[in-house]
Design a protein around this ligand. Structure first.
Ligand SMILES: Cc1ncc(C[n+]2csc(CCOP(=O)(O)OP(=O)(O)O)c2C)c(N)n1
Ligand SMILES: [Mg+2]
Length: 279
């Protein structure tokens, strides 16, 4: 979570300096991403949206590879087969059908592990998501849908996108689901571990809706102050999962200052390398 935060902050700076064309921050999503990625483990193939940076790093995408696409150097900076993490998909919800289709293809080839599809709340308004959920349900596809619901699709609030929760909508398609808060990585880990056990045991899809508080705007091209109240943004900053979890681990005596210093040094070195390569 700390490494992701460092990479995110550096990428943000690099975009402001003109070295990257765009950067979609995942600040505030770290617990949702690290908790879900660790619960899923290394085997399942992951179909991300476009801001699953912590998941990418955990899968072995190098930080400089992660930034390449946003500098306009390539369509994808990493080898998707090596890390079993597909290229970022900017066409909203397209990856949902890719993921379900891939899962069915795996089953036909007798290779079955489940597939993970990450999606934002706004993208679930796309028809592709409904098609993907229905196809996954009727085919009993081994797919874990992970929705990071920050309550906004750029400036469109979630309440104007749906009259129900996504978890409830999934049940309407015949998909088991759960809706959980996304501040604590252990809560996310437990929920996603249960979802993984369900998918493997029942050979059926599952949807986990994780409520997150995004700290930054939609991207570096967005001014969230225009549509979010000052209090709402302040609330998201106060709910920062990285500082909260660091404080908890420190209070429990599980990590000490020396550990934080070592991680800080690692992150500083990483940021310097990215700065030299991109600035
Ligand atoms: C098919 C399609 N329509 C519109 C867009 C423009 N667009 C990019 S991101 C976005 C909002 C997505 O919101 P959400 O799914 O909640 O994800 P978040 O960015 O909040 O993580 C929109 C409308 C797009 N990329 N693709
Ligand atoms: Mg959103």
């Amino acid at each position: 979570m700390l490494v992701t935060r460092g990479v995110d902050e550096e990428a943000h700076q690099l975009q402001k300096q003109g070295a990257l064309d765009l950067w979609p921050s995942c600040m505030g999503h770290e617990a949702a991403q690290v908790g879900s990625a660790l619960a899923v483990g290394p085997a399942p193939t992951i179909f991300p949206s476009y801001r699953e940076h912590a998941v990418a790093l955990l899968r072995g995408v190098a930080p400089d590879e992660l930034l390449e696409q946003w500098a306009g150097r390539t369509f994808c900076g990493w080898d998707p087969r090596r890390v079993r993490f597909f290229p970022y998909t900017l066409v909203l919800a397209a990856q949902t059908l890719h993921g379900v289709g891939y899962s069915i293809g795996q089953r036909l080839q007798g290779r079955e592990d489940f597939v993970v599809v990450y999606i934002g709340d706004g993208a679930t308004s796309e028809g592709d998501m409904s098609e993907a959920m229905n196809l996954a349900a009727v085919e009993s596809a081994s797919v874990m849908f992970v929705c990071q619901n920050n309550g906004w699709a750029i400036s469109k609030p979630a309440g104007e996108q749906m009259r129900t929760s996504l978890a409830e909508r999934a049940r309407g398609f015949g998909i088991e689901s759960v809706r959980i808060p996304g501040q604590d990585p252990e809560t996310v880990f437990s929920a996603c571990s249960r979802a993984a056990a369900h998918i493997r045991g029942e050979r059926a899809p599952y949807l986990v809706e994780i409520q997150v508080d995004r700290i930054q705007g939609h991207s570096t091209s967005d001014a969230q102050e225009v549509y979010r109240s000052r209090d709402d943004i302040a609330r998201s900053k106060a709910a920062d999962p990285v500082t909260a979890y660091a404080a908890r681990l420190r209070d429990l005596g599980l990590v000490d200052t020396a550990w934080f210093d070592a991680v800080d040094a690692e992150v500083r070195e990483l940021r310097e390398r990215l700065m030299k390569e991109y600035a």
